[in-house]
Design a protein around this ligand. Sequence first.
Ligand code: PHE
Length: 516
Amino acid sequence: QLILDTLDAQLTLPDTRALKIPGQSSPASSHDAQITILGALNSLLSREMITYETHEVSSHVLTPEGVQIVREGSHEARVWAALPERGSAPLGVQDLKRAVGDEAAKVGQGRAFKSGWIAKEGNGFVKAVPNITDTTQIELREVESSGTLAAGEKALSELRKRKLIIQRKGQWFTVNKGSNFSTSIAKPETDLTVDMLTSGSWKKSTFKKYNFDADGIPTSGGALHPILKVRDEIRNIFLEMGFEEMPTGTFVESAFWCFDALFVPQLHPARELQDTFYLSDPSTSLCPPSGYYERVSRVHEHGGYGSIGYRTPWSHEESEKLLLRTHTTASSAAMLYKLAAKCRGQDIDGDISAKSRAADPSDDGFRPAKLFSIDRVFRNETMDATHLAEFHQVEGVVADRNLTLADLIGFMRTFFRKMGMKNLRFKPAYNPYTEPSLEIFAWHPLLEKWVEIGNSGMFRPEMLAPMGFPPDVRVHGWGIGLERPTMIRYGVNNIRTLVGHKTSIENVENSPAVMF
Ligand code: PHE
């Protein structure tokens, strides 16, 4: 009764009859009943009101056909009963069907023949024996009342095969009084409060037992955004490949570093208002190092280092405009300029005072470098499901003597393999600052197509020579977006659910760590 009360009180059991022997209810409700009973038992157990043991049982229940046989006899017995004694006029098939039904006539006839109960006479049948024992009916009665057969498993399996009974696994429980046994359920205290301590009521209270296995309540601490997690993974790949991170804090750059230093023509469409955000206050930058500025403007206007240049008038106003950088290659340019300064042996800020060269005259001061950056860039884009006006670029730059395009391709294969992209393709492309240039495509196994992931190339002499690199130094570089791999990684197909005011904080908190 206590268990029933518990069930009613806690679970508002719709039908307490479910507690009856499982075999007698329908399969679904008996399973539900098992769970409900177990829930109640465990609830009482946790209060130490009871202890219990579980016993597994297997029992059998009758199918509707089995129930019918218990009531009316087996098909073969009914066929036998319907037939006249030997010597009387035999009963025809149609009459037999009329007497016991089509199904019983068909099945029962065969079985009655096999048992030698009936015989054929002329066009009909008669009884072959004066009396019979309907074993099927007797066995089914036994199963109905006891759930099993004393005769054993062989007889049971025969009835199962005939689809007259089905097996049902069940549980039953022996329940004993526990140390806190009571016939009513007091709601135990879950917290020890100041009031209880001061009034002393804690002495008479019952406390809920501490459950050390329960899951804790998730804490709402800070969480890294998925983009930052992917950034960390990519950063690790660079670091394990021996790269050094470039400083990229300069979101605001001058057109000189973002475009001119990269030999992007001053009339290039990427510089236009509809593509680039310009600053209005302040609108102009300080002057870049003067010697370098001279060499850059000269190579644009007149050429040099084997180039004929763009042969268009140089505009200082264009060069000094302040803007939100459109690519992190602006930072790469500044870093390469600093790297080249070691070769020039000159003060990078003025290009004036020649510093003393290294002791070895054959040492031109150049040191190879592997640099990377992962940071934010800004473009005046029409925003849609895959484009935002600000996003992140991942960029890698390698400077060494006599690098070739094969070095660039080989490096990218290694790098992207570490990111899980084994299948790459490269397509010739155009960049004002690289020649040759390659677009990078990776095979996307889920989308089953090649997706463009980035852009790369060998930096042009028109960019490197004015910086002061020796002629045999080559620099290659490449850039990819950070948002796309993040979206693929986390199965996000709209960038606005990842970045911006529609981002779900819960998703951010629950997003797993990334391992490529
Ligand atoms: N700056 C290029 C971009 O924005 C990427 C790139 C970097 C290409 C370095 C070549 C070399 O797509």
